[in-house]
Design a protein around this ligand. Structure first.
Ligand SMILES: Cc1ncc(COP(=O)(O)O)c(C=O)c1O
Length: 319
């Protein structure tokens, strides 16, 4: 039996995130502002809340009038949801060329990647699962940066877009006015059904690119789990220290501004006693966004979605 995908907090963790009750009985608008203020203040940059990171990317593409005449780069091995949202608007490519119209710089699992692109208007920093320690974004080398809250807080939805572009503020007002709360309700119901595993087919994925609102259910789930941000940093810091003592991971470039959620252990550099406990993925060990230098790696997760016992057991499976 293959082990389930643990790159980010899993279904059970997200369901348990409902157990923490919202601290206020605030209105949807108040909760939206509270969540956006939380991120704006931490990162000292205007933050916009979306139902997911892909919905945020979709809004950025609309704002930039991206259409089928444009070609957008994302690194090889990017998740399906990345290709899905790009393909709704433009031509996707994982082969980089000099005059590309727009590129996602994916800071995979929280590792900072360098880009050869110079023009900020052509770059979106994708920091969906970075565990920020000093709240330093990769802006201003780009116009936009995105986070995904299920990956960081373990909530059942939520995405943040950061931008200092004042016109984006106006654009957001209009986008929210023209968006359907009915669609948001439908999407959240299906996401919850998927979490509770009452519905196996993930129908919500197909419509997420055009969903721009959150209902009170999602907002209060996010609001009541904001403190997971701090816990995530504490847990990852402690686990990274433990891993660094046991294994030589000097070949990984880990900066002081953000921590990874997973440690990709290059297959040829370590001895895996029980590989069946770990998932294997491709990782670009060059830390250069546009370079195709992927190698297989077993993932050691250090995020809050993994219990201490499981983390220790996984660590024991590696020599
Ligand atoms: C690199 C990357 N960017 C964006 C996303 C989209 O995140 P969300 O699930 O919040 O839409 C994903 C999802 O897995 C991802 O892997």
């Amino acid at each position: 039996m293959s082990v389930e995908d643990y790159q980010w907090p899993d279904f059970d963790f997200k369901l348990n995130s409902f157990n923490s009750t919202p601290k206020t009985s605030a209105s949807a608008q108040d909760m939206l502002h509270k969540i956006e203020d939380f991120y704006s203040q931490k990162f000292n940059t205007p933050a916009y809340l979306f139902p997911s990171a892909r919905a945020g990317l979709s809004a950025i593409f609309r704002f930039k009038n991206i259409s089928r005449q444009h070609t957008l780069f994302a690194p090889k091995w990017s998740s399906h949801c990345v290709w899905d949202v790009i393909s709704r608007y433009a031509n996707p490519t994982s082969v980089h060329y000099p005059n590309i119209d727009l590129a996602l710089v994916v800071h995979k699992w929280g590792y900072q990647f360098q880009t050869t692109l110079q023009d900020p208007s052509k770059i979106i920093h994708d920091s969906v699962d970075s565990i920020f320690t000093s709240y330093q974004l990769s802006l201003p080398s780009a116009e936009f940066e995105v986070l995904s809250l299920p990956k960081i807080l373990g909530t059942f939805c939520g995405g943040i877009v950061f931008s200092k572009n004042k016109s984006f503020d106006q654009f957001m007002l209009q986008l929210r006015q023209n968006s359907s709360l009915g669609l948001a309700t439908f999407q959240e119901k299906h996401k919850l059904d998927e979490l509770k595993q009452t519905q196996i087919i993930t129908t919500w994925q197909a419509d997420e690119w055009r969903n721009f609102l959150l209902t009170e259910v999602a907002l209060s789930n996010i609001e009541s789990n904001l403190e997971n941000n701090k816990r995530g940093v504490e847990v990852a810091t402690k686990r990274l220290e433990i891993v660094s003592k046991k294994l030589n991971i000097d070949y990984l470039s880990i900066g002081s501004e953000r921590l990874p959620c997973n440690i990709p252990l290059e297959v040829s550099r370590h001895h895996f006693k029980k590989p069946e406990m770990l998932i294997k993925r491709q990782f670009n060990f060059s830390f250069k966004n546009e370079m195709d230098s992927f190698l297989p790696a077993y993932l050691l997760p250090i995020h809050i979605g993994i219990s201490e016992e499981r983390f220790q057991a996984m660590l024991r499976a590696i020599a």
